[in-house]
Write a protein that binds this ligand. Sequence first.
Ligand code: ADP
Ligand code: MG
Length: 464
Amino acid sequence: MVACWARIRARLRDEVGEVEYRTWLRQMTLQGIDGEEAVILLPTRFLRDWVNSHYGDRLRALWQAEDGNIRRVDVRVAQAAPAEPVFADGGKPSPGAAGLAESLAPAPLPRPAEPRAPEPRSDWVVPLEARFTFDTFVVGKPNEFAHACARRVAEKPASPGFNPLFLYGGVGLGKTHLMHAIAWAIREGDTARTVAYMSAEKFMYRFIAALRSQSTMEFKETLRAVDVLMIDDLQFLIGKDNTQEEFFHTFNALVDQGKQIVVSSDKPPSDLAGIEDRLRTRLGCGMVADLHATTYELRLSILQAKAAAAQVAVPTKVLELLATKIVTNVRELEGALNRLVAHANLFGRPITIDSAHEVLHDVLRAHEKRVSIEEIQRKVAEHYNLRLTDMVSARRARNVARPRQVAMYLAKQLTQRSLPEIGRRFGNRDHTTVMHAVSRVAELIAQDAAFAEDVALLRKMLET
Ligand code: ADP
Ligand code: MG
């Protein structure tokens, strides 16, 4: 095992290079192998999050290559973590010294007389992320509905119409964050309430482990004694019929007792093909709330909030750059900001637009829409039923000239090419012709909704 670990580290070092390795990975230690899980320790939450989000998949793949029995890699914070300089959580209860205090039972229990769920076993422990609270969740148009529903459930669990609460949305848009926030808020409000949070994957592994060790009764009892059950990433149960069945029974038992269920998924209940109909129906009969893709405004406010929380001065121009370029999801946005902050801390230099370009050049490049003029011409010609040669020909008939202008406009918007360069690629036209095309198309977009839609569609096809 020690030899495997040494090899994995060496591989990683080769793959990421000495500088990255020293910055992020050198302090990893292997705590041990626990069944199908390799447990790796790092000294701070910051490093843990960083390693998880950037190297988690790679670590798992390397472990699997070494030892086919290992299916997961759990990166944890080592005991007695030193105070963290970056992204401190404004006084939230840190989940135990090592993030392990969370579980089926609330952390401190001031009212010992209450009848409680059976003590969770140590392998049942699921940490809640201390920074995933309502305080740190930035609300904007795309997530305000989901946020309002989450708040409501946190204030009044199991109220009619909100049970189950089904949150769905793409990766990195805040589903897990909202679920943890609900859990924190419920615990804060009433420490005697037991909140169980786990991923659907964990749910399945536990269920299987219970089957194997013939302790399914204990499994059922423990789960059915909680006040609030949260299952994250439910789509994982697609096709896993036995686990679904078990979840369905737990679900019914809890709802019948007036307990709250919160579930998240990457799709709405109706799209969960491979989930049994009766379960799908029940999932959809409470409140279904979606998290939409972020908007520029939301991305910018999230960045501002995170920079403020990290107590680092980040120039507005830099935040705007990130909000413009990194549009995929909040996790990536956060990752980019973390990297800037870490870099600034490590080297003791302020963050500037230049340093941002330098530190993030790979990220920014990856998010650059690398569309070629050729591709634009091809797509536009196709769209308007023209030949590719019409894009560069001298023909001035309106039905050819207008699409050509659209293509020039898109070339200006989607590539880094200069006006003269674009002109050259469109049959050696002058840069003033391109300029005229760009402003004409912009005008038409403002005047004609159908035309605007057409251009937006083309743009979308080219960007994805
Ligand atoms: P999901 O579970 O939907 O894949 P997460 O909840 O894990 O996404 O969110 C990914 C990261 O983005 C987390 O670090 C989370 O704190 C952050 N995040 C997402 N949405 C917001 C938001 N509205 N405000 C602040 N942080 C957010
Ligand atoms: Mg999640």
